[in-house]
Ligand binder design. Structure first.
Ligand SMILES: *Cc1c(COP(=O)(O)O)cnc(C)c1O
Length: 411
């Protein structure tokens, strides 16, 4: 009899978004005339930038021309895309990242999970709480944790609470952890990290031989010029950090699929015999074996993000969502709610009023305002008492949702 990976049985059954859907459907069924506005799921709403579409249409034409047709591409991604990324996203910011250290993929979600393939099973793993659930669940699947307790915390993981008292940036641990997941600008809290904060993490990682997994999916939403966009802006990060980036949020590629992972050639990990092994070689081997690259058409679309027209369109797109975020922040604050984030990130993190639980506030907003958000407790035990509102929506929806909330929560 074939056996299964029992670690999957430890997973809390994809609780958050199915439970939101269940409550929304139930409400919609008994209130068929209610117009529900969804500011919950972190998916983009605005169409793909024209520069990306034009490049992809041209790429489709290339595929119809015998002399330009492309079969399997390099597993690491096409050189022209990796060069454009190295130059624009890294070298232009003073980061010493070479195109050969960039690996193109079909998503950061997959990369965040797949990266565990090249690490051992006995590492101590730290995540913030609240956190992007992918980091936790992929470690559960890989057998790196024990069972979950009633608060949803898995045995064996180190949870670093982030809250208003620490500006939603985790305290650097005093003991050793081997792998650390950091996400800035943060999903779900919208918090950011200063250079000093990241420098403290890099110093910690270098002192302990730890590796930082830095998720920069929201770097394009940074408006404060003093904030780092990449962990490689921090001295020493080439020796201790892997960075994940994605075209999903800046360029609206959530349905088109293209992302990248940076593995500097200077990064090493310990083999069982105590020798230092280059992580780049392992990741290159892993990708070459288990992945066959991103579609040529999509990579051409991603390349267009770096064209002059693409840059202007991306800036406009990001600016549009950030204006939404500002409206959400301003209107909720005016209604007497305490809000965080939303200045350098497309998420506003709201403290629930009157000590309501995250789910009680969810129900209240759904029933009284017909607005859907995401309960903070779904991102981790320390998210209890908070609520995430996404700026990814049309202006009309954002304004209508804020009108409804302002009316109900009039100070
Ligand atoms: C949306 C998001 C990503 C991007 O994932 P893709 O698979 O590239 O679409 C990565 N990390 C976080 C925290 C996100 O919210």
């Amino acid at each position: 009899m074939a056996t299964i990976n029992d670690n999957y049985l430890k997973l809390k059954a994809g609780y958050l978004f199915p439970e939101i859907a269940r409550r929304v459907n139930e409400f919609a069924k008994s209130n068929p005339d209610a117009s529900i506005i969804r500011l919950g799921i972190g998916d983009v709403t605005e169409p793909l930038p024209e520069a990306c579409r034009t490049a992809m249409i041209q790429a489709v034409e290339d595929m119809g021309d015998r002399s330009l047709f492309k079969g399997y591409g390099p597993e690491q991604g096409y050189e022209w895309l990796r060069e454009a990324i190295a130059k624009n996203d890294f070298q232009a910011r003073g980061c010493e990242i070479d195109a050969s250290e960039i690996f193109i993929s079909d998503g950061s979600k997959c990369d965040c999970g797949n990266i565990l393939d090249i690490f051992g099973n006995n590492n101590t793993i730290a995540v913030t709480d609240p956190v992007y659930p992918v980091y936790v669940d992929t470690n559960v699947m890989a057998g790196h944790t024990g069972d979950a307790n009633e608060r949803g915390e898995y045995g064996g993981l180190v949870y670093l609470p982030i809250n208003a008292a620490n500006d939603f940036t985790a305290q650097i641990p005093t003991h050793k952890v081997d792998l650390i997941y950091l996400c800035f600008p943060n999903n779900p809290t919208g918090a950011v990290a200063t250079k000093e904060h990241l420098q403290a993490w890099v110093s910690y990682a270098k002192a302990h031989g730890s590796i930082i997994f830095f998720d920069a999916a929201y770097e394009a939403f940074i408006t404060d010029p003093s904030l780092p966009h990449s962990i490689y802006e921090i001295e020493g990060a080439r020796d201790c950090a892997i960075e994940f980036r994605s075209f999903s949020k800046n360029a609206g590629f959530t349905g088109t699929r293209c992302a990248l992972t940076v593995v500097p050639k200077t990064l090493t990990g310990k083999a069982a015999d105590g020798s230092d092994i280059e992580l780049w070689k392992l990741w290159n081997r892993r990708q070459s074996t288990k992945f066959n690259g991103v579609s040529y058409i999509v990579q051409r679309g991603a390349e267009a993000v770096y064209s002059p027209a693409g840059k202007a369109q991306i800036q406009e797109l990001v600016g549009f969502y950030m204006k939404n975020a500002q409206i959400i922040r301003d209107r909720l604050s005016a209604a007497g709610l305490q809000v965080y984030g939303g200045v350098n990130a497309p998420y506003v993190w709201v403290q629930t009023p009157d000590g309501l639980s995250s789910w009680d506030f969810f129900d209240k907003l759904l029933h009284n305002c017909n607005v859907v958000g995401t309960p903070g407790s779904g991102f981790g035990a320390a998210g209890e008492g908070y609520f995430r509102i996404s700026a990814f929506n049309s202006r009309a929806n954002v304004e209508a949702a804020m009108d409804r909330i302002s009316e109900k929560f009039k100070a």
